[in-house]
Write a protein that binds this ligand. Structure first.
Ligand code: NAD
Length: 698
């Protein structure tokens, strides 16, 4: 056993007093503190050393075993497990331990130890109580499930996010969750990675009690005295556990999973469904299989790439760390983008004023905001508060008070410049002026400003509530403080800032353009639209290029294509004339109900996909990689990892590949260049490898 620091604390720290603990004296290891209260109940406080949130790893679990070995001989009346961190109970496994962890035998060994600790807790004869506040995710939820009773402080969140890393729970959580609640509910949580709140957790039986912090002590007394009985299995759960039904339910889950993540690229959901289908009536066997399956998944390229994506996201987050928070944002232009940007900022707690030359556009935006809030299942009072923060301001009075003015008027240089002339003099000297332009150079936009140093691009993607990325666009005259405050603002509203330079199309649109342009060339060759889209989707893109063009709007695609062709002297795309014809006829895609596809609302009417030519995926994907390399060479983006992150979070580039640059590195740069040369030979100079590949190779 590890030597103990028997450091008896004379007095408890204030945050523990706030937690309502009365442990008498307590002892501490590195990550756990423990003691007994006046009623003989043993308390285990999870307090991971040197971190603001609790995460679980081998050391944490080993220490937990040590604490149990020390406490159990003293015959406690019960055991309470609780977190000492303000942020919550536990955020899940320490993901850093997963990166590069590709020896399945080693992974199985670690997991087996973890299983033994949690099994020991679940087999104790005395009452065991997990008291949960804040987030309770992944391994943290597995730990809570090993306890007999779960008491949740109102506002807690529960989830199994492992699937987002290409994994499933690995500490017995698959077995315990399907045994406790409706198997379909449990599987849905594990298959989607979505979190549930306390109301839902109570309704599905994941927790036994939801209460306020001040009533926690009483709830613990009830649990230890055996006054909180676990609910009997619901009729629904009993039916779902019938062996005769399991195959049917499993197949339905597979069909659902296929819609979100094809098995060829993401095996975790299918491994989890197999596990449940084959073993859920034999918990012992399921536990062993869970462990084996987890270890195999962890070693897979998909999981390792998704773990990389987890860090890519963290890196983008860090890019928005320094900067004074904004309190008031003014948005000019209440159209598709401005309206949604304003709604999002109000949702995230900012005071927002919204102006437009057409008052009806503001009304429409506020109605859309309310629909968005309702769709996110916000409580009535939260909807009311968010709508209170979103103020219709047809005359633009907010410009004078705002810390940040975001311009989202139509894509027209003269229009935008004329607007700046009227708003810049009214802005606070310290306020930032941001433009949502997709293609106009910031240098051109800023040339008549009194203070171009405060101009920045904040390029949001459509639809704003769903797209996490915002390109934060710098230019020659920008002040450092403008750039860092703009990035911090993006973090403040829970989006991911990707710093880019003001070159046409920035990064994401510039890389997506050749993807869509090549689809035009394929259409011109007579390949059917659904066949082209299917080829891209089989590679792992979330939306095929033809459907994407229809969704973005063919007018916008044409404008960007023309702009890029003008500025970069790219060879003309075959099929561009077909696009021009459609735009001239007003067939603009989803928004007009007809583009390359006919549309029912936001669903395209696609026919059957045929067999694509053998090089179809390369034709669509490699030009995207080529554009990314050009952006790196030109300094539009500084780092390969930023390119990967921006393309995954802004364009949905197949996450299981780890991003376009990582994909190129994995495939081999020489191999990609060779394929591009082959495409040049077969289809023309538009596939010419960018010279940037040469420096990548070195
Ligand atoms: P939109 O046409 O839907 O909305 C523009 C709004 O601005 C309209 O409501 C219009 O009444 C208003 N407006 C026009 N002139 C004005 C003025 N002088 N003062 C106040 N309001 C005025 O346009 P959108 O699609 O929201 O695009 C806005 C900006 O966002 C453009 O620069 C566009 O390039 C960029 N953008 C668009 C998308 C997209 O997918 N639509 C994506 C990223 C960026």
């Amino acid at each position: 056993m590890r030597p103990l620091s028997r450091n008896v604390l004379a007095a408890l720290e204030p945050r523990e007093l706030e937690l309502g603990l009365d442990m008498g004296s307590s002892h501490m290891l590195r990550h756990w503190r423990y003691g007994r209260d006046g009623q003989g109940v043993a308390w285990l406080l999870f307090d991971r050393m040197g971190a603001s949130v609790n995460t679980i790893d081998e050391e944490v679990l080993n220490e937990l075993a040590d604490v149990l070995r020390l406490l159990l001989p003293e015959n406690p009346a019960g055991i309470v497990i609780r977190s000492a961190k303000r942020a919550g109970f536990c955020a899940g496994a320490d993901v850093s331990r997963f990166a590069g962890q590709i020896d399945p035998n080693e992974a199985e060994r670690v997991l087996l130890q973890g299983h033994m600790v949690l099994d020991a807790i679940s087999e104790l004869a005395i009452p065991t109580v997990a008291v949960i506040h804040g987030h309770c995710l992944g391994g943290g939820l597995e730990l809570a499930l090993a306890c007999r009773t779960r008491i949740a402080v109102d506002g807690s969140k529960f989830g199994f996010p492992e699937v987002l890393l290409g994994l499933h729970p690995g500490l017995g959580g698959t077995v315990r969750s399907v045994g406790l609640i409706s198997p379909v509910e449990a599987m849905t949580m594990m298959l989607t990675g979505k979190t549930v709140d306390t109301t839902r957790a109570r309704a599905i039986g994941l927790v036994d009690v939801v209460t306020q912090e001040r009533h926690v002590a009483a709830a613990i007394r009830d649990a230890v005295a055996g006054r909180i009985r676990p609910p009997a299995a619901t009729l629904r759960a009993r039916i779902e556990r019938l062996p005769a039904l399991r195959g049917l339910l499993a197949n339905r889950m597979r069909a659902q999973a296929r819609k979100r993540a094809p098995e060829a690229h993401y095996s975790a959901p299918y491994a989890l469904i197999d596990l449940w289908e084959k073993f859920s009536d034999r918990p012992g066997a399921m536990r062993n299989e869970e462990l084996r399956s987890f270890a195999a998944l962890l070693a897979s390229r998909t999981a390792q790439n998704l773990i990389r994506v987890f860090y890519l996201r963290e890196n983008l987050r860090k890019m928005g760390e320094a900067g004074k928070p904004m309190t008031h944002v003014h948005v000019v232009g209440a159209g598709a983008m401005g309206g949604d940007i304003a709604a999002w900022c109000a949702l995230k707690g900012l005071r927002v004023t919204l102006s437009d030359q057409k008052p009806e556009a503001i009304g429409g935006a506020i109605r859309r905001a309310e629909a968005l809030y309702r769709k996110r299942h916000m409580k009535d009072v939260e909807v009311r508060d968010a709508l209170d923060r979103l103020v219709a301001d047809p005359r633009g009075h907010g410009v004078a008070q705002a810390d940040l003015v975001i311009e989202a008027v139509p894509e027209n240089l003269a229009l935008k410049k004329a607007l700046y002339e009227t708003i810049e003099p009214r802005m606070k000297p310290s306020a930032l002026l941001a433009t949502n332009t997709s293609s106009i150079s910031l240098r051109d936009l800023g040339e008549d400003l009194r203070n171009p140093g405060r101009l920045v691009g904040l390029h949001f993607f459509n639809p704003v509530p769903r797209m996490e990325l915002v390109e934060v666009v710098a230019h020659e005259d920008i002040f450092d403080v403008t750039f860092s405050r703009a990035r911090a603002f993006v973090r403040q509203i829970d989006k991911l800032p990707a710093p880019v330079a003001s070159e046409p199309g920035f990064l994401v649109n510039r890389a997506l353009m050749p993807y869509m342009a090549e689809a035009l060339a394929m259409l011109a060759e007579g390949i059917a639209a659904p066949t082209i889209d299917a080829a891209a989707e089989a590679f792992g893109m979330p939306v095929g290029p033809v459907e994407l063009a229809d969704r973005v709007g063919l007018d916008i695609c044409l404008a960007v294509a023309d702009l890029l062709a003008r500025k970069q002297a790219t060879p003309p795309t075959p099929g561009l004339e077909k696009l021009r014809g459609k735009v001239a006829r007003g067939e603009l895609g989803m928004k007009t109900g007809k583009g390359f596809y006919g549309w029912n609302g936001d669903t395209p009417r696609k026919g059957r996909a045929g067999d694509p030519p053998a090089d179809a995926a390369d034709r669509l994907i490699l030009p995207m990689l080529n554009a990314c390399v050009a952006c790196l060479r030109e300094g539009v983006v500084a780092e390969e990892s930023t390119v990967d992150a921006a393309m995954i979070f802004g364009a949905g580039f197949a996450p299981f590949t780890g991003g376009p640059m990582h994909y190129a590195r994995t495939q081999g740069v020489e191999d990609i260049v060779r394929k591009l040369m082959e495409l040049v030979r077969r289809h023309g100079p538009r596939f010419e490898p960018d010279e940037g590949w040469m420096s990548l190779n070195s």
